[in-house]
Design a protein around this ligand. Structure first.
Ligand code: GNR
Ligand code: NI
Length: 177
């Protein structure tokens, strides 16, 4: 098991389209476990491989409450949205790669996703509510898309400017403090 560093915007890796995995083998399974450990530690309810600098199509999720007795981890490789609902819904989204910024994002309320599970078996998952939103948010990451790409340019630029400013202050040499 290993905790992986999480990249933050504007890292160009977050804007890159990720490659499908050829098969879910032991290496990919280990990657899924490391990503889950990283996600729980953050804490977050989802994590996509590009966020930890790996440009393959792997996502993990767990939308159970943080204090839930049972964890309910989901591990998906090569996820594809094969159906979306006509109805849309707006959720306030956050992203581990855009720390401390939140915005309402409109997306289809329901989705059906086809994917390979941790045993390389093809499966389908139909979701609504927070899980549907989170699946779409994670699959967007595989296309190099962040939630700020789905809000107005005005809101996006406000968030990205603040992120850049916060990061510059953070990386100032100590003598400048
Ligand atoms: O932890 C996360 N919370 C969240 C809340 C609303 C919509 C999407 C998310 S995903 C986010 C973790 C993350 O950045 N995944 O890519
Ligand atoms: Ni995210």
């Amino acid at each position: 098991m290993a905790l992986l560093p999480i990249l933050t915007a504007p890292d160009p890796i977050l804007k890159t389209v990720a490659e499908p995995v050829k098969a879910v083998d032991e290496r990919v399974r280990q990657q899924m476990e490391d990503m889950l450990e990283t996600m729980y530690a953050a804490p977050g309810i989802g994590l996509a491989a590009p966020q930890v600098g790996i440009l393959n199509r792997v996502i993990v999720l767990d939308i159970a409450k943080e204090d839930a007795a049972e964890k309910s981890p989901l591990r998906l490789a090569n996820p594809e949205i094969i159906w979306i609902s006509d109805e849309d819904v707006s959720y306030e989204e956050g992203c581990l790669s855009i720390p401390e910024h939140y915005s309402e994002v409109v997306r289809p309320a329901g989705v059906k996703v086809r994917y390979l599970d941790e045993n390389n078996q093809s499966r389908e998952l139909e979701a609504e509510g927070l899980l549907a939103t989170c699946l779409q948010h994670e699959i967007d990451h595989l296309e190099g898309i962040l939630f700020v790409d789905r809000i107005t340019a005005l809101k996006r630029n406000m968030i990205l400017r603040k992120l850049l400013k916060a990061r510059k202050q953070h990386t100032l040499p100590s003598y400048a403090a």
